[in-house]
Structures are given as C-alpha cells and as structure tokens.
Ligand binder design. Structure first.
Ligand code: COA
Length: 336
C-alpha cells in the first residue's frame, strides 16, 4: 500500500464588515493613532455585529475553503475549530455548531484551545489523522470573536484585537511533493498567566462579583509577552528549518502570527527574511488570534500571490504560552 500524506488543498476566510479604526479608539480610551501605529503597526481591525458569532464567521470561511478544494461537504470526515472565543463556554463545541450550519451531520467535530497558536495546532492534528489513514478530508478552522472578551476601556489590550475567521481543507494525497513537510507545536505552561481570561471557569465561575471585577475580559502582560514572543518565534523557525535542511531563502512565503508589526519585523530580520517573503495583514485586521494565520494565507491567495507547490512557513505563538511552526507547500490551484 502506498504511503498517505496530508496536503493543504485550499484556504478561505471571512472578515466582518465593521471597521474599528485607531481614530475610533482615540474617542474611547486615552491613546493616539500615532502611538498605536508606532508600537503595533495596526491601523484598523474588524468587529463582528452583535448577532454575528464565532460559528457564523467560521462557517463562512469554511464554505469558501470547501468550494476551493472542489470537494463535496459530505466528503469531510473531521472538523476542527481553533478558538478561544467559542459560541458557548464550554458546550457545545463551536466545531459542532459550524458542522450544523454547513449541513454536515455524522462527522467527528471538536474544538482546539491553544489561543493564537490554535490553527497551527489544529493543522498538526489534521496531519496526524490523515497520515494515519483515519481521515481523508479535514476541515480546519480558526475563528474568533475576540471583541466579545475585550475590555474597551483598557487601552493596553483593546487596540490590539479584532474578529474574523479562516479555514483550510487538509486532504489525503499520495504525492509526496504536495505533502505538509513538518509541524512543530509546543507549549510552556510556566507562562500560563501572561494571557488570560480569568472568568468564567472553575477558578472563577460566572458570578456578579466576577463581572464587576471585569474578570471576563482578556488580561495580558504585554511587554513580557512581547519579549518572549520574539525569542520563541525566532528559535522555533530556526529549529524547524534546520531539522528539515531548508534555508530561509528557500521559503516562498513567511506567514507569521499577526500580533505586532515590531515582533514580525524583529523575527523576520533575525531569520534573514526579505520583505517580499513576509506576509502582512496586521495593519488591516490587528490580532485575530487563531484566525490570524489562515486570514493571512487567504489574503495572499486572493491577491494571486500563492501558487501551486510554493512553500509556506507558518510561525505562531499565543496564550498558554503555546507556539508552533509549520512547513507547508500549497497543494491547491492558484487564484486566477
Ligand atoms: N496608547 C497609549 N499609551 C499606551 C497604550 C495605548 N494604547 N498602551 C499602553 N500605553 C502606555 C503604557 O501605559 C506605558 O506608559 P508608562 O510608561 O507611563 O507606564 C507605555 O505606554 C509603555 O507601555 P509598554 O506596555 O511597555 O509598551 P510596549 O512597547 O510593550 O507596547 C504592546 C505595548 C501591548 C503594544 C506590546 O507590549 C505588545 O504588543 N506585546 C505583545 C502583545 C501580544 O502580542 N499579545 C498577543 C499574543 S498572541
């Protein structure tokens, strides 16, 4: 029997229509457009409507990815949704709700909680399921309504995050040249309190007191996270490139997690990546957590800049702290 590999067949994304600009934020908190651009590179981010939830965005991104993979919905045998802003804490999973919205029944579906690293974590699970022969077509989603856990009176966090979703189809192939080369996902729980939503949860169940203290909002040790992110992201890429004997200049598209332009620049420079190699969406979407990387891949794809078998290098970090990198040739047809 020939060896089965996992191929990244297609990408799709969805960004809500409402734009929240730096100028809008100037009216809400003590900040300025200049400060936000200089410290983060963000100019605007998208915010979902009140009645537009994580699963709605995930389902829209999925519809596109399924169409572009040219498969039928019924052929999908696993749905993974990476999110830290699920429709419900903690049942049912957002993956189950998306499956229902897509009209797919009788399919294994579950959520992944790895914050901003969630999409790449989910890709590693999809790869393992496909390579083992257990599944043939996996729908991998990163979807976040981050605005639902952001405190819009806290200037240290509200400037950073936005809403959106991205999705990909990972399918079985016998063509080794199409195969996902490697995914390295890891974590260090020693930094568990760097990024945290303290409630609801078993430590702080939902209560009037918890809400009065604002424990339902994301809290971040920004400066410490920044320093750790630069170090971790750089080392992570060095490791995966060395392990697979690939040089930085052989990468067609470096697609880092879009958290802060200064982090991306520092990592890109340390790795010797040229400006043309680095994919940037931070200015228009901010940090969309698990949706960040698939949204960036989708931008590249829709601009016509992603061709068959071009090599993508993904690199991400997030709450946990978690991090992950991946070497993936694009196994779909170019757009246009
Ligand atoms: N507008 C104006 N001033 C602000 C501000 C804002 N939105 N947010 C913070 N400040 C102030 C601080 O209060 C501080 O003032 P002080 O010196 O009087 O105390 C000053 O700016 C510097 O704060 P600091 O936190 O050291 O800034 P920084 O250069 O680290 O930038 C972040 C702050 C949040 C942009 C940056 O730390 C960051 O991006 N961290 C990583 C975040 C991240 O990636 N999180 C997601 C992980 S997936």
């Amino acid at each position: 029997m020939s060896q089965v590999y996992a191929a990244f067949k297609s990408i799709g994304a969805y960004a809500p229509k409402n734009v929240l600009t730096n100028q809008d934020l100037e009216k809400m908190v003590d900040t300025s457009n200049e400060w936000i651009i200089k410290r983060t590179g963000i100019k605007e981010r998208r915010i979902a409507d009140k009645d537009e939830v994580t699963s709605d965005m995930g389902a829209k991104a999925s519809e596109l990815a399924i169409k572009r993979a040219q498969i039928k919905k019924e052929e999908i045998d696993l749905i993974l949704c990476a999110t830290v802003t699920p429709d419900y804490f903690n049942m049912p999973s957002t993956a189950c709700i998306i499956a229902n919205k897509l009209g797919i029944a009788n399919v294994q579906a579950f959520d992944i909680s790895a914050a901003c690293s969630g999409f790449v974590y989910a890709l590693s699970i999809a790869k393992a399921f496909v390579e083992s022969g257990m599944k043939k077509n996996v729908l991998v989603i990163g979807a976040e309504k981050f605005s639902s856990i952001v405190d819009y009176t806290d200037r240290t966090t509200c400037i950073l995050f936005g809403d959106g979703a991205g999705a990909a189809i990972i399918s079985a192939t016998s063509d080794k040249e199409e195969a996902i080369i490697d995914i390295n996902a890891s974590a260090n729980g020693a930094y568990w309190d760097y990024l945290i939503t303290p409630s609801p949860g078993s430590v702080n169940p939902a209560s009037k007191e918890a809400i009065e203290q604002g424990l339902q909002y994301v809290k971040m040790r920004g400066n410490e996270t920044f320093k750790l992110a630069v170090k971790t992201l750089t080392q992570d890429v060095k490791d995966i490139l060395e392990k697979n004997s690939i040089k930085a200049n052989e990468i067609d598209h470096f697609i880092p997690h879009q958290a802060n332009y200064r982090i991306i620049k520092a990592v890109g420079d340390a790795l010797g990546m040229s400006e043309e190699q680095v994919v940037l969406t931070i200015h228009k979407y901010g940090n969309t957590s698990a949706a960040s990387i698939p949204m960036a891949i989708n931008e590249l794809y829709e601009s016509g800049g992603l061709k068959y078998k071009e090599l993508m290098l993904l690199d991400t970090f997030g709450g946990g702290l978690t991090w992950a990198s991946a070497l993936i040739p694009f196994a779909g047809k170019a757009n246009g």
